[in-house]
Ligand binder design. Structure first.
Ligand code: NAD
Length: 254
């Protein structure tokens, strides 16, 4: 294993760790020697089902709830790496926009990252560290129906950039990853995806078709690919990179 990719002796926190990109990153860090993982997700049974070799602390909770960060995470103070990744998806045209749906999405996808950054910047001040946030290609596109999601993700990009400025003097780097489509369960709650799955005969065919249509490279990513790129951002290999946005989208935003 390249020394720069060796996470032994380190502790990492991951939110949204029970599924998709978060779970893949937990497995990637585990495979790269991390000593301890603190995994947060509101889906406690799925969090409990993750099978990992390193020491693991599992915390069930909602990232948009400040009590989780103040009370549930009060003892989580020794962190080297943090991935703020928990997120939900929703789509509706602005003209039909329901304020409760808007607020729910903003609470999870934006407040959750703000609260996580606040915690991470506070506890990492003494010895530095690396933070990654999961934004989205939606931050750079204007697809109809994505107002809440796109606005939240664009705000997440700017939050990460400001956090990079505020963390720099303490040796804390903050970067964002902006994936395009990734094959994870996040699609399964979307009505249009259910329709595509039905008409094309399988979930795999629906993911393949979306990737082919939407991206110059002709495919969506796997969660494992995105996890490795997050691993790079959290590792010493990206030592001079802070405030960056890594677009990992098969050319979707070109
Ligand atoms: P996923 O649904 O597989 O995983 C998301 C996880 O977050 C789930 O385990 C869920 O329980 C958890 N979660 C949701 N709300 C939470 C809350 N309030 N508190 C704590 N945990 C919560 O989806 P994913 O695709 O792995 O998504 C991870 C991140 O990647 C999200 O921020 C998403 O917006 C972003 N993203 C995904 C894609 C994609 O195509 N899958 C593309 C770009 C960005």
């Amino acid at each position: 294993m390249a020394a720069d990719f060796d996470f032994s002796g380190k502790t990492a926190l991951i939110t949204g760790a029970a599924s998709g990109i978060g779970a893949a990153t937990a497995r990637w860090l585990d495979a790269h020697g991390i000593t301890k993982l603190v995994l947060v997700d509101m889906n406690r049974p799925a969090l409990d089902a993750l099978d990992l070799d390193c020491e693991v602390r599992r915390i069930g909770g909602d990232v948009s709830d400040s009590a989780l960060w103040k009370i549930g995470m009060a003892e989580v103070t020794d962190l080297d790496c943090v991935l703020l990744n928990a997120g939900i998806s929703d789509a509706f045209p602005i003209v039909d926009g329901d304020l409760a749906r808007w607020r729910k999405l903003m609470a999870v996808n934006l407040d959750g990252v703000f609260l996580g950054l606040r915690h991470a910047l506070k506890v990492m001040r003494s010895k530095g560290g690396t933070i990654a946030v999961t934004a989205s290609a939606a931050a750079f596109k204007a697809e109809p129906g994505t107002a809440a999601y796109a606005a939240a993700k664009a705000a997440v990009v700017q939050l990460a950039r400001v956090a990079a400025r505020e963390g720099a003097e303490h040796g804390i780097r903050v970067n964002a990853i902006a994936p395009g489509g990734v094959d994870t369960p996040i699609w399964d709650g979307m009505d249009f995806f259910a329709d595509m799955t039905k008409s094309l005969g399988s979930r795999e065919a629906a993911i393949a078709s979306m990737g082919e249509i939407a991206t110059p490279l002709g495919r969506y990513a796997t969660a494992d690919e995105i996890a490795a790129q997050i691993g790079f951002l959290l590792s010493d290999l990206s030592a001079n990179i802070t405030g960056a946005v890594l677009r990992s989208d098969g050319g979707y935003t070109l």
